[in-house]
Design a protein around this ligand. Structure first.
Ligand code: TXA
Ligand code: MG
Length: 326
């Protein structure tokens, strides 16, 4: 059930549902989230059940501000303090040591916790209202079934879950891919998942270089290879390879979707082409809805031109690589 997230009465109703341990879907600037109160393990259990997500995969806890983070963290390391000061509210999640006795289920049993303060006005209103009802934070993964594409519009969410789930509509997500995740529990910051922020931006705020995850990094769905998958198999190809594949195709009648900056020379009746934007931010914003639209058209194959190798494209490259790995 889609409701208007800009209506204060709707926010109040949603906050009461959350306080009572129910689920509500809400918009953030990255993707839509499926929320439960983070301090109630049985409420959080409903998220895992609804998504079909394994219970040992940790969720991100959303808080109203940096003070809210202190409820869930036993300690906020200096590098995390600097990142929060620069990027909150915004598309950055920090992993910090978890306070004892809270959000055990949300953390998937780990001794650390992922925290994020989103910037979307509907998310902020919801977090503030929930806090007035005694809810210190909202555990919220992306509001999609496990392994599927994250939703960037309210309508995407209603397609994934029971019809009576309350979905706060906040319009299409501005950023379109999930937050950057930086693990601050290891002595040096580790980039677990790239988002729209570049490494250079994060390193400038952190005041130190980012490391890559090693084998001991926790296994988690946002970092699994086969993730973010459309139904149709997706192939990622270098520009030259895509060009020649398209040439060979001629006017054949494949149900094929192509997402590329180069345009197909010949378009057969079964070919759906979408132009990949020249700017990474524009591509990120539309990426998941383009993939969903290809699925909705019933294509059998999706061919995607590899994005530019520039730093700005790291988050988009990451999501496409995972989608291609399925
Ligand atoms: O943009 C986003 O981050 C969205 C919106 C809704 O805020 N949320 C999101 O949540 O992408 P989700 O559950 O789909 O991704 C959470 C990922 C996990 O899969 C894992 O990679 C990482 O965050 N994570 C969370 N807690 C962690 C922890 N304690 N240790 C390591 N990784 C953790
Ligand atoms: Mg997800």
């Amino acid at each position: 059930m889609i409701v208007d997230g800009s209506d204060p009465e709707v926010i109040e109703r949603a906050a009461k549902l959350l306080a009572a341990g129910e689920l509500v879907a809400f918009p953030t600037e990255t993707v839509y989230g499926l929320a439960a109160r983070a301090d109630d393990d049985s409420a959080v259990g409903k998220i895992f059940a609804a998504k079909g997500r394994p219970a040992d995969h940790p969720l991100i806890v959303h808080v109203a501000d940096a003070d809210g983070a202190r409820v869930f963290a036993s300690q906020v390391p200096p590098v995390a303090v600097r990142l929060v000061a620069t990027f909150w509210p915004g598309p950055l999640t920090i992993i910090v040591p978890r306070a004892a006795g809270i959000a055990e289920a949300a953390a998937g049993g780990q001794s650390s916790i992922g925290l994020r303060c989103p910037a979307h006005p509907v998310a902020r209103a919801l977090l503030a209202a929930a806090r007035r009802h005694g809810v210190p934070g909202l555990a919220a993964p992306s509001a999609n079934r496990f392994g599927r594409i994250s939703p960037t519009r309210a309508e995407h969410v209603t397609k994934e879950f029971r019809a009576d789930l309350m979905v706060l509509d906040g319009g299409p997500c501005e950023i379109g891919i999930e937050s950057s995740i930086v693990d601050c529990t290891r002595g040096h910051p580790v980039l677990l998942r790239p988002g729209l922020l570049t490494r250079a931006q994060i390193e400038a705020a952190a005041g130190e270089p980012l490391h890559d995850p090693d084998a001991s990094a926790p296994r988690a769905s946002g970092t699994l290879e086969a993730h973010y998958a459309p139904r149709a198999p997706l192939r990622l190809m270098p520009t030259a390879q895509l060009r020649s594949a398209l040439d060979m195709l001629g006017g054949s009648n494949l149900r094929l979707a192509v997402y590329s900056r180069v345009s197909p020379v010949s378009t057969g009746p079964g070919l759906v082409h979408r132009t990949m934007p020249a700017r990474a931010a524009d591509a990120a914003r539309e990426l998941f809805s383009v993939l969903r639209a290809f699925d909705d058209e019933g294509v059998r194959l999706i061919w995607v031109e590899e994005p530019p190798a520039d730093a700005e494209w790291e988050g988009v490259r990451d999501r496409l690589r995972r989608a291609a790995a399925s």
